[in-house]
Ligand binder design. Structure first.
Ligand code: ADP
Length: 264
């Protein structure tokens, strides 16, 4: 929208009824995007109007995980987001040809996020989920500026190293005065396919440690919203573009994710 004044972000207006959750993690590969798309699909299946902004600009993966195949269209200067399973989705991947990498510096990331929030026609959403890039970078700061009311959902694995960085990522909420809605522990053990006993592949206790650390940091109770086991069906659902909460809602991961969605 070269040369034109920036539109206001509707979710930042006083009286906005949309709850905005920024899904954050300390490092990549802990399942942040998987958690985002499954929560979105579960909430939409419950009848809520849901949108997802793939704000993981360099590592965008939400459209694949949700099986969103459409491209955004333009209607009267607004971008119409494609949707899948009732979830409206926008991602930088929809604007880059093929699998071209995004090579941008911070200010352009801020601009992209601003446009995703303000120039996309979202309608009256009940919930907007932002899949943040891992870590404490530019985008997390931009989110705090553009949608100060966004609540942070921290995803970690049980592993000590992952928990430490997740706590750091979550604790930027102290500086930005944002609320942390809770911690989700993902990859919390692998149920043995033969005997059902839980194998702690990535150790245990990371989610609890992050929640305790953040509770101390923000001075308000930060709960563990749930733990999601390692589950082949979750990974398959992501690869096939069919979230496990829909394809196999009673699988261990599907059930855990639905429980977390209902706690939001
Ligand atoms: P992030 O967004 O944190 O980088 P992803 O959501 O992309 O992480 O997950 C990384 C990989 O791990 C993906 O291939 C995903 O399917 C897989 N994965 C995530 N959570 C689980 C789980 N609970 N069980 C099995 N595979 C998982």
């Amino acid at each position: 929208r070269g040369g034109q004044a920036e539109r206001e972000v509707p979710f930042a207006k006083p009286g906005s009824l949309t709850r905005v959750y920024a899904v954050a993690s300390g490092k990549g590969g802990v399942g942040k995007s998987s958690v985002t798309v499954n929560l979105a699909a579960a909430l939409a299946a419950d009848g809520l109007k849901v949108g997802v902004v793939d704000a993981d600009i360099y590592g965008h993966s939400v459209p694949r995980m949700l099986g969103t195949e459409g491209r955004p269209t333009q209607v009267e200067n607004m971008i119409m987001p494609p949707s899948a399973y009732g979830v409206q989705v926008i991602s930088i991947g929809m604007f880059t040809p093929g699998n071209a990498p995004v090579v941008w510096r911070g200010p352009m990331l801020h601009r992209a996020l601003q446009q995703f929030l303000a120039d996309v026609y979202w309608g009256d959403l009940d919930v907007l989920l932002l899949d943040l890039p891992p870590g404490t970078g530019d985008i997390a700061i931009s989110v705090a500026q553009l949608v100060p009311g966004a609540e942070i959902l921290v995803v970690t694995t049980p592993q000590q190293a992952a928990a430490e960085v997740a706590e750091r990522a979550g604790s930027i909420a102290v500086q930005t005065h944002q609320k942390i809605v809770g911690v989700v522990e993902n990859m919390s053990g692998l149920p043995c396919p033969h005997c059902g006993e839980l194998v702690d592949v990535f150790g245990s206790g990371g989610g609890q440690r992050v929640a305790e650390g953040l509770t101390r940091a923000v001075g308000a109770e930060v709960p563990v919203l749930g733990s999601i086991p390692i589950d082949v069906r979750l990974r398959e659902g992501g690869d096939e573009g069919k979230p496990v909460v829909l394809s196999d809602p009673d699988s261990p991961a599907g059930a855990a994710l639905r429980k977390i969605a209902s706690a939001l």
